[in-house]
Ligand binder design. Sequence first.
Ligand code: ZN
Length: 78
Amino acid sequence: MIEGVSEEVLNLLRKDSIICPRCHTTMDFSMETESFGNGMKKVTTYYKCSVCSYRIPDMTIEIYRYNGSAKIKLNGKF
Ligand SMILES: [Zn+2]
């Protein structure tokens, strides 16, 4: 989990619950974080079904740290 900034972003991005197309269970909103050596972090958000593990990609968020400030780039559908 990335400190502070990404949690706020994710709370803003969190959408209404999505229903699994396979088994009609409410899907969980989740995320993965990758860190790169140059100070960039990439966050991938997705919805995952806890019952059948069906996964729907949501978007990727790239966070660059530069001179103590963070720059955020969003990719995905809105
Ligand atoms: Zn399912």
